[in-house]
Write a protein that binds this ligand. Structure first.
Ligand code: NDP
Length: 250
């Protein structure tokens, strides 16, 4: 599969939340698919797993400090990538958190940290890369939203609102940049086996699986393959889409 615009050039890919379950799987997918690819894993507090992936792939995988709620961090990260690769082909806005509680008892902090980590982050990230991508006349932006955007569960007013915002931001931006050869798509995972599900006990997991037609949680690699497809040249006519990966729940 080919990713960048120019054959022979390094394809430069930035994945935020690069130390998390999905971020690592997405990074690995690109590294294994294409030897001309350099993957930048955006990390903040934890970086041990990202460092292990970088060690496995040598100079083709690098870490870049990126607190996604901080616009100056974004500018610095994109400047570092552009200085090294001279381009940025793919941005995967993957970092995110959830802090669930009923709205009646939700703290201001739980509201604003979820909105800012999941939604402000996507705005800052898209804005930080868009000029570079326009200059290249090529770009792929893939935003990781959530099935909660369409089927909001009780206790996720903050997260569902943020992820629904990610979907509509993606659809709007897709129209704004279509003529510049840039596609923007959202992915809506259902339950995927990562740390994000670690607060679910085994009874809750059993109940959740019974509501999934496939009767299992998804694997991070199954999301990574879809991200990879949306990033490739052959997916150039897919833009503004919202792809559910949920084992048939919706
Ligand atoms: P993980 O908890 O494994 O990873 C999340 C990653 O995001 C971590 O590396 C975390 O960094 C990073 N992160 C969170 N907030 C910030 C921030 N403000 N700045 C920089 N990095 C940040 O979860 P997943 O891999 O499962 O989640 C990836 C994405 O997929 C998220 O957007 C999530 O909402 C979405 N998703 C996941 C689903 C699932 O079932 N797993 C379902 C639907 C959507 P650190 O470790 O330093 O905190």
């Amino acid at each position: 599969m080919a990713f960048g615009a120019d054959a022979g050039a390094v394809r430069s890919i930035l994945v935020t939340g690069g130390n998390g379950g999905l971020g690592l799987a997405i990074g690995r997918w690109f590294l294994e698919q294409d030897e001309e690819t350099r993957v930048w894993l955006g990390v903040r507090s934890s970086r041990v797993k990202a460092e292990a992936l970088a060690a496995e792939f040598g100079g083709r995988c690098e870490l870049v400090g990126l607190e996604v709620t901080d616009r100056e961090n974004w500018e610095a990260a994109v400047a570092r990538i552009s200085a090294k690769d001279g381009r940025l082909d793919v941005l995967v806005n993957n970092a995110g958190v959830h802090r669930d509680s009923l709205l009646a008892t939700m703290s201001d902090e739980d509201w604003s940290s979820v909105i800012s980590s999941n939604l402000d982050s996507v705005f800052y990230g898209c804005r930080a890369v868009i000029r570079t991508m326009m200059g290249q006349r090529f770009g792929r932006i893939i935003n990781i939203a959530s099935l909660s955007a369409l089927l909001p569960p009780v206790g996720q007013t903050n997260y569902a609102a943020a992820k629904a915002g990610v979907v509509t931001l993606s659809q709007t931006l897709a129209k704004e940049v279509a003529r510049a050869g840039i596609t923007v798509n959202a992915i809506l995972p259902g339950y995927i086996e990562t740390e994000a599900l670690s607060d679910m006990d085994s009874d809750a997991a059993k109940r959740a699986k019974s509501g999934i037609p496939m009767r299992r949680f998804g694997r991070p690699e199954e999301v990574a393959a879809a991200v990879g497809f949306l990033a490739c040249q052959d997916a150039g006519y897919i833009t503004g889409s919202a792809l559910k990966i949920d084992g048939g729940i919706f």
